[in-house]
Design a protein around this ligand. Structure first.
Ligand code: SAM
Length: 283
């Protein structure tokens, strides 16, 4: 059953008495072109879909992949999906919360030796925690392909020195090659959200893009550097770590980083050098 028109969405709504829950980020995408782009970019044999909704993306993923595991929090949608996905025997529906589900176990049990990617038109209220979780848990993923708010897409892909560059940009650049692969105006969704959207593909790297002595300290250093955007690195690091300024200046000199700069100007390699300097001083 084709689900990519406002009319088709209305028909399903009427059939199941379904009303959208704004709190669950239920804005369904009705552009078959963009749904195809997401499904093409996900590429792998095994796909984890977050938030299948009525199943418009799930149908396209199931046509390409060997297996799809779709995780949907809204119990009301499980019946709807049983109807819209009937006949697709390579889809497993899981009712649950993507932030709570045991993903390493899901990957082991559902996908065995398959290569796995994540695809989603993400519910926008949990975009950052979902992406942070997928990256930080070091799941064996090939690609993460997600529709997000356009400003968030800019942040995920931002380069040093730009206004959008922040801790999440460093996280994405550390684990992946991020790229915006499509743009989607609000009018393509039912109901239309207040903001435009974009699809980002994070192509996961085999190894992180820079090597560091202590990954936990690296991410703490990044958090410290962006904790007060208008302050210098020296002030941010001093108040975050409680290390005296003259010691920090020495660390900065050894790492060849001028601590009067602001965090948003540092490349990943410079963050790595700084956190390794802190590591050597504090170990
Ligand atoms: N995939 C559909 C599409 O592309 O049209 C629907 C996308 S809609 C933006 C987001 C979906 O995520 C909704 O179906 C919503 O119920 C579901 N959702 C919201 N929070 C969730 C969570 N914590 N875990 C899993 N699914 C969630």
């Amino acid at each position: 059953m084709e689900l990519t028109s406002a009319k088709a969405v209305k028909e399903i709504q009427n059939r199941f008495g379904f009303t959208f829950k704004k709190g669950l980020g239920q804005n369904f995408l009705t552009s078959s072109e963009i749904l195809e782009r997401i499904a093409d970019a996900a590429e792998s044999e095994g796909i984890i879909e977050i938030g299948p909704g009525f199943g418009a993306l799930t149908q396209r993923l199931a046509a390409r992949a060997e297996k799809v595991a779709a995780i949907e929090i809204d119990e009301r949608l499980i019946d709807v999906l049983g109807f819209t996905l009937s006949g697709l025997d390579n889809v497993t529906l899981i009712q649950g919360d993507i932030l709570k589900i045991d993903l390493p176990e899901l990957i082991r049990s559902e996908f065995c030796d398959m290569r796995v990617s994540v695809a989603a038109n993400l519910p926008y209220y949990i975009t950052t925690p979902v992406i942070a979780r997928l990256l930080e848990e070091r799941l064996p993923l090939e690609n993460i392909v997600v529709m997000v708010q356009r400003e968030v897409a800019d942040r995920l892909c931002a380069k040093p020195g730009s206004k959008d560059y922040g801790a999440i940009s460093v996280l994405c650049g550390y684990f992946s090659e991020p790229e915006v692969i499509a743009k989607a105006p609000a009018s393509l969704f039912v109901p239309p959200p207040k903001v435009d959207s974009a699809v980002v593909r994070l192509k996961m790297l085999e190894e992180p893009s820079v090597s560091v002595s202590d990954e936990g300290l690296f991410f703490k250093t990044v958090r410290a550097a962006f904790s007060q955007r208008r302050k210098t690195l020296l002030n941010c690091l001093c108040s975050f770590f409680g290390i005296p300024k003259d010691e920090l200046r020495e660390i900065g000199d050894e790492a060849e980083i001028d601590l009067s700069r602001r965090g948003e100007t540092l490349s990943l390699a410079e963050f790595a050098a700084l956190s390794d300097g802190l590591y050597n001083k504090t170990k």
